[in-house]
Design a protein around this ligand. Structure first.
Ligand code: ADP
Ligand code: MG
Ligand code: MG
Length: 255
């Protein structure tokens, strides 16, 4: 059982107009096996939260804490965070030309576990995970993200989650750019990976539709760099019906 605990997190980013505070006091606890959905309008700071957890150098934590089972995550390098069991699927994954998916996955697995996986079981695991995600075996020999379609990028992210077996997985806009069939396959992959690893999942999304396939235990509405409202799955239904209007500037106070 693992716990990622975020307490009163404040994060700034340096822009051409100067330093801007983007996260303004985020508090959130994710336990193994739990699925937390973070939902909010564009520009509310959802990706900033994901990048801050993963340790992206562009984002400066000015106050607050992030711990994994009591260990200070903010003190860890990006690699140490991955080894500790924190996984981030990027909204805009980078291209790694020349490195095949197969080599990339094995290198990542070796780095995260601190030892190379046993070849025979590894090859079997990769094949099984790819087949579960309805991926063509030839995909393993392509360059990472080189010419990947939106759906292939997302499948590749979930493939990583399934194979790396993180304690906490942060999935940023896993639903963006997917048609309904791809959304179902990817969502089933997340559910399978959750089941097989027992990971806690932080599912970041603008839209409610992925929550038809991945059932959140908790929903957090993110507005202007902080959590404006929290609830159970019913809150997602309400957002689907009403949108974010009531949270935006100028909205009448909530009843
Ligand atoms: P979301 O994922 O909810 O759409 P983001 O975290 O991407 O929101 O962005 C929140 C705000 O922070 C936006 O106003 C965005 O322009 C700004 N921001 C985020 N990252 C950067 C960056 N690297 N440089 C400049 N501004 C940024
Ligand atoms: Mg504060
Ligand atoms: Mg985003």
């Amino acid at each position: 059982m693992s716990t990622l605990e975020i307490k009163d997190l404040h994060v700034t980013v340096d822009t051409e107009q100067g330093t801007k505070e983007i996260l303004r006091g985020v508090t959130l606890t994710i336990n193994s096996g739990e699925t937390h959905a973070i939902m909010g309008p564009n520009g509310s700071g959802k990706s900033t939260l994901a990048y801050s957890i993963a340790g992206h150098p562009k984002y400066t934590v000015t106050s607050g804490t992030v711990t994994l089972d009591g260990e200070d995550v903010l003190e860890m390098s990006v690699d140490e965070r991955a080894r500790a069991g924190v996984f981030l699927a990027m909204q805009y994954p980078v291209e790694v030309p020349g490195v095949t998916v197969s080599n990339f996955l094995r290198t990542a697995k070796t780095a995260v576990d601190g030892e190379a996986p046993k070849l025979r079981t590894w090859v079997k695991d990769v094949k099984q995970a790819m087949s579960d995600l309805r991926m063509d075996p030839a995909f393993a020999e392509r360059g990472v993200n080189e010419g990947f379609s939106g759906g292939e990028k997302k499948r590749h992210e979930i493939l990583q989650m399934e194979l790396l077996k993180p304690k906490i997985a942060v999935l940023d806009e896993t639903d963006s750019g997917l048609d309904v069939d791809a959304l179902r396959v990817v969502s089933e992959g997340v559910n399978r990976a959750k089941e097989s690893t027992g990971a806690g999942v932080l599912l970041i999304t603008h839209y409610t539709r992925i929550l038809r396939y991945i059932k959140p235990d908790f929903v957090h509405v993110f507005v202007d760099g902080r959590i404006a409202e929290e609830g159970g799955p019913e809150l997602a239904d309400r957002l689907e019906a009403e949108g974010y209007d009531r949270f935006l500037p100028g909205a009448a106070p909530a009843d």
